[in-house]
Design a protein around this ligand. Structure first.
Ligand SMILES: Cc1cc2nc3c(=O)[nH]c(=O)nc-3n(C[C@H](O)[C@H](O)[C@H](O)COP(=O)(O)O)c2cc1C
Length: 211
């Protein structure tokens, strides 16, 4: 089949927008931010990736809250509201052992209520930014916001944004470092496929570039 998603995001016989299944796996950015009042927030975003190594840039894209469908820009997720107030965030890497708690932090809580506490997670103090990161995460990034881009409204019901951040600090569990490299098998990073499907890094092979 072929279709134009600007006209219809899921034409027959598709039951869901297939983009998530086609651009997959996507790493999960487990994003922590703080409100102007200093309350921490934690939420997973699979519209997340790294976009540049030098300068090191990562980005994530919050949609409007579904409850606010039909009203563009009013259902702003806490992560977006927070980076507008305090332009810093952390990204905790999700390993298989943390996947249930990661999922728990996607539960919508009232603004100002901490998902760290709700998911029984200890917050570790960052070195260079104010939002904390997940202490049990085996790696985490400290970021300052580089840009917040308003994305165009196509379906008429979503005000999405792309938040880009420059990575200014990187935490790595020393045990993950083998022969000077991060051991991807040991990290067991979880990523998102389409629908409610997930993937854990399990099949790693090396392919050198042609010279
Ligand atoms: C694995 C996973 C990935 C998600 N990815 C996104 C995403 O890319 N964009 C988004 O807007 N919501 C995403 N969500 C839903 C948000 O985590 C959820 O709306 C959360 O309540 C937002 O929290 P906040 O209001 O504290 O920012 C995802 C949820 C899960 C479980």
């Amino acid at each position: 089949m072929f279709y134009d998603p600007r006209k219809n995001l899921r034409p027959e016989p598709l039951s869901h927008n297939p983009l998530n299944a086609l651009v997959a796996p996507r790493p999960i950015g487990w994003i922590s931010t703080i409100s102007a009042a200093g309350e921490p927030n934690l939420a997973p975003f699979s519209y997340f990736n790294a976009f540049s190594a030098d300068p090191p840039l990562v980005g994530f894209a919050p949609n409007a809250k579904p409850a606010e469908a039909g009203i563009v820009e009013s259902g702003v997720k806490d992560s977006l509201a927070n980076v507008r107030a305090v332009p810093e965030f952390t990204v905790s890497v999700v390993s298989a052992e943390l996947v249930r708690q990661m999922n728990e932090t996607s539960r919508p809580l009232p603004h100002g209520e901490s998902e760290f506490e709700a998911a029984d997670l200890v917050a570790a103090k960052s070195r260079l930014v104010r939002p904390p990161y997940v202490k049990r995460a085996r790696a985490a990034l400290e970021c300052v916001v580089f840009d917040i881009i308003d994305l165009p409204v196509r379906s008429g019901r979503r005000g999405s944004h792309l938040i880009l951040g420059e990575v200014i600090g990187i935490h790595i569990d020393d045990e993950l470092i083998v022969n000077g490299k991060v051991d991807s098998r040991a990290l067991q990073q979880v990523s998102r496929l389409g629908y409610f499907d997930y993937h854990v890094v399990d099949d790693v092979f090396e392919l050198l570039r042609p010279r």
